[in-house]
Ligand binder design. Sequence first.
Ligand SMILES: C[S@@+](CC[C@H](N)C(=O)[O-])C[C@H]1O[C@@H](n2cnc3c(N)ncnc32)[C@H](O)[C@@H]1O
Length: 419
Amino acid sequence: MHPNALLDMCCELLRGVLKLDAPADMVVSAYFRKNKTLGQRERHTLAETVYTVLRQRLLLQHLAQSGSGPMERRLALLAWQGSEVFLRGALSEPEQRWLDQMATIDRSALAPKLRHNLPDWLAEPLLKRLGQEGFDGLVQSMNQAAPLDLRVNALKLKREEAQEQLTKNGIVTTTTPFSPWGLRAEGKPALSKLEIFISGGVEVQDEGSQLLALLLDAKRSEMVVDFCAGAGGKTLAIGAAMRNTGRLYAFDVSGHRLDNLKPRLARSGLSNVYPAQISHERDERIKRLSGKIDRVLVDAPCSGLGTLRRNPDLKWRQSPQAIAELQAKQTAILDSAARLLKPGGRLVYATCSLLDEENEGIARAFTESHPDFVFQPAAELLAKAQVADAEKLCSEGYLRLWPHVHQTDGFFAAVWTKR
Ligand SMILES: C[S@@+](CC[C@H](N)C(=O)[O-])C[C@H]1O[C@@H](n2cnc3c(N)ncnc32)[C@H](O)[C@@H]1O
C-alpha cells in the first residue's frame, strides 16, 4: 500500500476512535472488518498508532497545535508506530521539517500533565495515594503493553506439561510469580490455531484475574456463584479449581457476554457450569438460591481503570459522574449477592479499578452495614490457596494489585465470611 493511503486510513480510524463514544478496541476491530485487504503489518501499525495517541493524548494534542493540515494527520505523524522510512514517503517538505522539529523538544521539561497524560480527576487521587515515585511508576507502566498471560487448565494439564507443549510450538514462557496456574509468554504469539489452545489446555488470562479465582478458593462439590460472570474468564478458572464437580452458576445481565462464554466452556471440558442471564441483581433466581451458596464472587462492573495498559481510551471515556453511578450499582450488586451465602460461606468483592470509591469505599461500607459478615485478611487466604509471596500482594487486609508493582492489571479484592 502507498504510504499516503495508509496514513489516510490511520486518520480515518483516529477520527472514529477519538469520538470516544465506543470502546477503542471495538472501533478498531470494526474498521479492520470493513477493510479486509489490510495486511498483518498494516493492521499492527494502525492499531498501535491509535493506541499511542490514546495513551499520550494530552502531550500529542499539545505538540500538534503547531504544524498544519488536519489534526488527526498531525497526531498520526507524532504517534506513528510503523516504519519511519515508510512514513517519510508520505510527507510533504513542510511536514518533514515540522516532524524533525517536534523530535527536538525535551518532553521531560514539559508541564506534569503533558507527561502523565491523565485527566485531573484521575491524576489527583492517584498521586495522593501513591506519592510521586509510585505515581510516576504507574504512569510509565500504563504506557506499556501488557504481557500475554495464560492460565493452564488444571483439569487437562500440569503447568510444566503445558509449558513443554508451548515450547515445542516455539512459544517461550516463564511461570507467573504468584499464580500457580499461570504462564507468561514472551512477545505476543498467536495461539488460536494451536492444539493446546483449541483443546482447552490453556486460556488467555491476566495473572491478576487468576489471583481473584484463587482468592475465592472454591472446593470440590460446592455450590458457587460467579455473580458478574461476563465472558467467563474467572468462571472457567473457578470451575477447574472445583475439579469439574459441584455447581457453578455464571450469572450476568448481559446475554451477549454470556454467549461469549459458550465456546470457551466447550473447550475447557467443564460440565459443572450453569450460565444464566439475570434481569438485574434482584432477579427471582437470586432469591431462590438465597442462603444456599458456599462461595460467591462479585467481579463488579467498574471503571476498568486498572486495565489502562490494554484500554487506554478508558481514561478519556470515564468521568467522576460515571464513577458515582458505578458506585451505586456496585453497592446494590454486593448487597444482593451477599444474600446468597449460607453460614460459613465466603464472599469476594473484586474490581479492576484503582479508585478508592469503587474499592475500599465499597468494602468499608459493606463491612459497616453487614454485621453478619466477618472481614477476612486476603493474604492468609491466598497463601492457603498456594499463591506464592501472598503478603506482597496485599495491604490492610485487601488484595491490591498494581501494574507497576506486580506486572498484572490493577485489581482490588475484599473478602468476608458469613457468620
Ligand atoms: C468486570 S465485568 C466481569 C468480567 C468477568 N468476570 C470475567 O472474568 O471475564 C462485570 C460484568 O458485570 C455485569 N453486570 C453489570 N450489571 C450487573 C448486575 N446488575 N448483575 C450481574 N451482572 C452485572 C456486566 O455485564 C459485566 O459482564
